[in-house]
Design a protein. Structure first.
Length: 300
């Protein structure tokens, strides 16, 4: 029994070390951009299931991973793991109830440690094709653009305190050098039309919707980090939609990793990455309305 426990501890320790190395390596703009591209390729189903840390851990083990599930999870869809394939490790928290001062159980859950889960990439399996997912509308067409804007309007309508989305021409008193903004005082998203292609308008709208999701709560957010979060979230969604993402401005991780007061750069990157992942999941939920395919147990 002790041998099994030691083996689990060793595997968890190795995964945590690998994760820390992967987070520490995110020190250039290109590395951050590549990370966001992998999140986009994994898509709505996978990033809704895996935390940012586990996405980093999966891509560290298999850089071009497409989708991951457990051995039993793949079998549910008529697929089996190919003979000789080596499983991938993701970390799984052990959640317990926090004890209060008297020794009784409190309502708050805390992480008491980690175990691990073994998963396999889609390309490590064979068998029946996965059920087709309902894709978002073709945003390159006028109809697709209108559909996407309407879906985002519906999404924003579900956010507490957010007034809505306005697409309009530039007024004389508008900011002269921006194509859109999220107005915190009025809780209104504004995107200017007629000055850029619809694809650029949509990228601007995704950025401002990300601001509304992440920073519309009225709390103070560090500007540099807030812009990284919004731009990165918009990048993930735009890349998944097939939009040209070359014009996105993604600063070096080293310039913002400690701007929110975190002492550890790797912890700061993980926290920001998780916020981006969650915001992208919310937007994906509006634009990819198919039900999530449950292929394995939840891993955090």
């Amino acid at each position: 029994m002790k041998t099994n426990i030691d083996a689990v501890k060793a595997k968890v320790a190795k995964a945590q070390e690998q994760l820390e190395e992967r987070l520490a390596a995110l020190q250039t703009s290109d590395d951050w951009k590549a990370t966001l591209e992998r999140m986009a390729i994994l898509g709505a189903t996978s990033i809704s299931r895996y935390s940012f840390r586990n996405i980093m851990l999966l891509t560290a083990q298999r850089p071009f991973i497409r989708q991951a599930a457990t051995f039993n999870g793949w079998q549910q869809y008529g697929r089996s793991v190919k003979r000789g394939e080596k499983g991938l490790t993701v970390l799984r928290p052990r959640i317990i109830k926090k004890r209060d001062a008297t020794g009784g159980q409190a309502e708050e859950n805390i992480i008491a440690g980690f175990s691990y889960l073994t998963v396999f990439d889609l390309e490590q399996t064979e068998g029946e094709p996965l059920p087709p997912a309902i894709q978002a509308a073709d945003v390159a067409t006028p109809e697709g653009f209108e559909w996407t804007v309407e879906r985002l309007r519906e999404l924003v309508g579900t956010l507490p305190g957010i007034a809505g989305i306005t697409l309009r021409a530039r007024n004389a008193d508008d900011y002269c050098d921006v194509a859109g903004w999220f107005e915190l005082r009025s809780h209104q998203i504004v995107v200017l039309t007629g000055e850029s292609a619809q694809a650029h308008q949509l990228k601007t709208l995704l950025h401002e919707v990300a601001h509304a999701i992440l920073h519309g709560d009225g709390e103070r957010h560090v500007t540099a980090t807030a812009e990284v979060e919004a731009e990165s979230t918009a990048f993930v969604v735009a890349h998944a939609l097939g939009l040209d993402t070359s014009s996105f401005s993604l600063p070096y991780v080293a310039t913002w990793a400690l701007s929110n007061g975190e002492k550890s750069p790797t912890k700061a990157v993980a926290l920001v990455g998780e916020r981006i992942r969650k915001a992208a999941v919310v937007i994906f939920g509006a634009l990819f309305p198919s039900p999530a395919v449950e292929l394995e147990e939840m891993a955090a």
